[in-house]
Design a protein around this ligand. Structure first.
Ligand code: PLP
Length: 426
């Protein structure tokens, strides 16, 4: 009998007793490789001494202060580390405790920007189908998750609608080249802006590389440039959700660097604190922040644990290790190795339809029939079965997707820590 309100009452999780490097040991004496860092979180692996030391030092100095009175020392240092060099025009940072809170912050900031710039009619968010931006109500509203969204649809707060994601494996038509597919998606987004009405959209939100819902699906070249152009033309902000794919995961510090466009607001979490502390946040473009500074002068948002000093100390240490140990370059190298190994060993497997990803962020789309791309029947719960089977063999990987209404397939996601060695990848 457990007193926990569990995620899944049919599957009681093992008790984790200790973890170090890329391995986790449970109470039953088993040791597994943390092949997905939980849900693409543990980017430095477990028990990194520099991060443990930074947490210990900060706890001894100041555990907690409220941002109405103070900021802890590492908070400004973390912001400086992330946006001091103003990547892509992002100049300011704000820290919360999770990715969902980061998405809420981004949506509210987009709304506040509309108000501060005299555009109160902008109240609509366009997202994409089969997307996930978090489990809180605002974030669920922005997302197009087919499982998590529908039960709450009647109580979601902001006006939102969804366009097609860039999902070549299933949605690029036969004979349609990449440029034509990108144009079709851009035309659909343009039509959605027109449908919502002139100057009514406050933001478009998307993940540069979709994690949980499409299985490490990057967009085709030119897609995000087209999106950026449409947002600019309609005066809407571009929010890029890099909660899963950011901070080195795809082989560049920010996934948007590979698209040649920068967002107005970027959401970060998972790889920010690497799981050492719960932390998420946003990075905001100078023009957004300046509109508020020149307007009301007040960022109308705030959480009790915003800019938590210990969480920020942990995140700063994680980011410094990533920087000092050149781990982003390492991700790119190990990523190529992982891609080669996956394709060599599983690329021809009759139930592996597609293997896709970037950096150390890879997924396999599982299918009943490789030729016809027929997904497994939903009741089989194939991604969950693969999770259990690999776990039994000593590898924790993250099951995502699932077949819903025949729309898409099951995916299994691998997102190993950036410190994973060549041998461990094999
Ligand atoms: N955005 C993306 C892209 C995510 O993958 C997730 C979580 O998986 C979130 C937001 C929500 O983050 P959290 O679970 O920390 O609230």
């Amino acid at each position: 009998m457990t007193r926990l309100l569990l995620r899944n009452f049919r599957e009681v999780p093992d008790v984790a007793l200790s973890a170090s490097g890329i391995r986790i040991r449970s109470a039953d004496g088993r040791e597994v490789i943390d092949g997905s860092g939980g849900a693409a979180v543990a980017c430095l692996g477990h028990a990194h001494p520099a991060v443990l030391e930074a947490i210990r030092r900060q706890i001894e100095k100041v555990c907690y202060v409220h941002t109405g009175f103070y900021v802890g020392e590492p908070v400004e240092a973390l912001a400086e580390h992330l946006v001091g060099h103003e990547p892509g025009g992002l100049t300011h940072a704000y820290f919360v405790s999770s990715g969902s809170e980061g998405v809420e912050t981004a949506i509210k900031l987009a709304r506040q920007y509309a108000l501060e710039t005299g555009q109160p009619q902008r109240e609509h968010v366009i997202g994409r189908r089969q997307s996930y931006h978090g489990n809180t109500l605002g974030a669920l509203g922005a997302g197009g998750n087919l499982v998590r969204r529908p039960p709450y649809a009647p109580i979601l707060p902001q006006a939102s609608s969804h366009v097609s994601p860039c999902y070549p494996y299933r949605e690029q038509r036969a004979g349609e080249d990449d440029a034509a597919y990108v144009k079709r998606l851009a035309d659909e987004l343009e039509a959605e802006f027109q449908r919502i009405g002139p100057n009514r959209v406050m933001a478009f939100i998307a993940e540069p590389v979709v994690g949980a819902t499409l299985g490490c699906q990057a967009a085709l070249p030119g897609y995000f440039k087209a999106v950026r152009e449409i947002c600019d033309r309609h005066g809407a902000l571009l929010i890029l959700d890099e909660v899963m794919c950011g901070l080195g995961r795809t082989g560049t510090l920010h996934a948007w660097e590979q698209e040649g466009v920068a967002p107005d607001i970027q959401v970060i979490a998972k790889g920010l604190g690497g799981g050492y502390q719960p932390i998420g946040g946003i990075l905001a473009a100078g023009r957004v922040v300046e509109a508020i500074r020149a307007g009301s002068g007040i960022h109308r948002h705030g959480h009790t644990y915003a800019a938590h000093p210990v969480a920020c100390a942990a995140a700063l240490a994680v980011q410094q290790v990533i920087h000092e140990e050149n781990l982003v370059e390492q991700v790119a190298i190990r990523g190529r190795q992982l891609e080669t190994a996956l394709k060599r060993r599983l690329g021809q497997h009759p139930n592996v339809g597609d293997i896709r990803g970037r950096g150390l962020f890879w997924a396999m789309e599982l299918v009943e029939d490789r030729e016809t791309k027929t997904p497994f029947a939903p009741e089989l719960g194939m991604n969950g079965r693969v999770k259990l089977a690999t776990y039994a063999r000593g590898l924790a990987c993250y099951p995502v997707g699932g077949t819903i209404d025949g729309v898409r397939g099951d995916h299994v996601l691998l997102a190993p820590p950036y410190i994973t060695t060549e041998d461990e990848i094999e």
